[in-house]
Design a protein around this ligand. Structure first.
Ligand SMILES: Nc1ncnc2c1ncn2[C@@H]1O[C@H](COP(=O)(O)OP(=O)(O)OP(=O)(O)O)[C@@H](O)[C@H]1O
Ligand SMILES: [Mg+2]
Length: 384
């Protein structure tokens, strides 16, 4: 028999209880017959699910389930569990009449008479969507905070690693020239260097001091980049002049190399930090010399095309293996080559060059063939 609890007048204790249930608004409380058809319906059920009693009584309760669950016969399985174990409880998605989902806390209880015969099921449902949403908000805030802390910890670990590399490098790379400088200095003090050789020693000391200077400057630049306190000084200048200045510096100190300049007569006006861009050209020349120990030509080509200015430095040296390319522009990215055991360097040069170039809206590219030589090209936007 189909009975609508909320249409009953209370006449007995049982009826009063039915009235109480019918008036509860925070919980959907209703009964199913043994096959899962809806028998009673209360205020709460109407409020939570959106159906009136007339619309649902007599229908199978699987209408409250998302279609994929109804197809998988989950409703029947829940009743079967309640039948077997007396009760079935879960939290899960259910459907309202308008098709929207809500997060439900569900309890299904098997109702048996005194003889133990199954009369049907009582179903109590609470809408926990709001609680779940709040939990989700809390969880995602917690996830974000965790991610932030993780990123911070990673960054600290990275900085710690860089610091260790720095200290290693400082002790290793600076100690060499300092030992040499100290040695010559004590020889100068005790007069063991003949007067005629003093100018040559002074030149050597000058080169070593310049090397120490360069190292310190590279390390400071790297540290500035790390902390974003890298203020670039912007001015308009002709990159061709910078190339010429660097050629004038490198020609006399690299007697085993022939420096050639191929410019097409165009001006190379750019806007940027002149001193820093000069260090890019210096680094490219320094590498071209260092990594062609057998000497040879170093050809510098400058062009101004399509609002882009370029300076290429091509050597006939060792070249770079394809598998080493990804390492080339990384911090401390010295290549693990046999030759690098005897060729000094910190692996900061190209890293700094690339950083400076990209911060000027430009780039550095490379073409190389092992054993035949390399060509590095600095590209910068031409000044308007
Ligand atoms: N022209 C080149 N030919 C062959 N290998 C090169 C050339 N330029 C750079 N390399 C390789 O790339 C690595 C990175 O170069 P980079 O200039 O960054 O560092 P470095 O020369 O070792 O040290 P630094 O320039 O800081 O003194 C070098 O160690 C070298 O192995
Ligand atoms: Mg270098």
């Amino acid at each position: 028999m189909v009975r609508r609890v909320n249409s009953l007048e209370p006449k007995t204790v049982g009826d009063e209880f039915a009235l109480l249930v019918s008036c509860v608004v925070d919980y959907a409380i209703f009964m199913l017959d043994a096959t899962g058809r809806i028998v009673t319906w209360n205020e709460g059920a109407q409020r939570i699910k959106g159906y009136t009693a007339d619309e649902v009584i007599g229908r199978h309760f699987s209408i409250f389930y998302p279609p994929e669950e109804a197809r998988n016969r989950k409703p029947d399985w829940e009743l079967e569990t309640a039948r077997r174990e007396g009760r079935y409880m879960e939290e899960g998605w259910r459907l309202r009449k308008d098709g929207t989902r809500f997060w439900a806390s569900v309890v299904i209880t098997a109702l048996r008479d005194q003889t133990g015969r199954l009369r049907g099921f009582g179903k109590v449902i609470r809408d926990l969507t709001e609680r779940r949403e709040q939990e989700e908000v809390r969880n995602s805030a917690r996830d974000r905070e965790e991610a932030r802390l993780r990123a911070h910890a990673d960054r600290m670990a990275e900085l710690e690693r860089i610091k260790a590399q720095f200290l290693n490098l400082a002790s290793h790379e600076l100690r060499g020239p300092l030992t040499l400088i100290r040695g010559y200095n004590s020889m100068l003090q005790d007069g063991s260097i003949p007067a005629g050789q003093v100018p040559a020693v002074a030149r050597l000391l000058e080169i070593k001091l310049a090397h120490v200077d360069l190292l310190v400057e590279q390390m400071l630049e790297t540290a500035r980049l790390e902390h974003d306190s890298f203020d670039t000084f912007r001015q308009r200048f002709d990159l061709g002049d910078v190339v010429q200045e660097q050629l004038d510096i490198f020609r006399p100190i690299s007697p085993d190399h022939q420096f050639m300049l191929d410019d097409d007569g165009t001006q190379l006006v750019v806007e940027g930090d002149r001193a820093r861009i000069a260090t890019i050209i210096a680094n490219l020349f320094d590498n071209a010399v260092k990594y062609s120990p057998a000497g040879g030509e170093i050809c510098c080509t400058t062009r101004n095309r399509d609002s882009q200015v370029s300076v290429s430095v091509r050597d006939q040296g060792l070249g770079i293996a394809a598998e080493h390319m990804p390492r080339l522009f990384t911090r401390f990215g010295r290549l693990p080559t046999e030759e690098n055991v005897t060729i000094n360097g910190t692996g900061l040069g190209l890293f700094l060059c690339k950083e400076i170039a990209t911060r000027h809206g430009g780039d550095i590219t490379v073409k190389s063939e092992p054993g035949a030589g390399s060509e590095f090209t600095l590209i910068l936007p031409a000044a308007p």
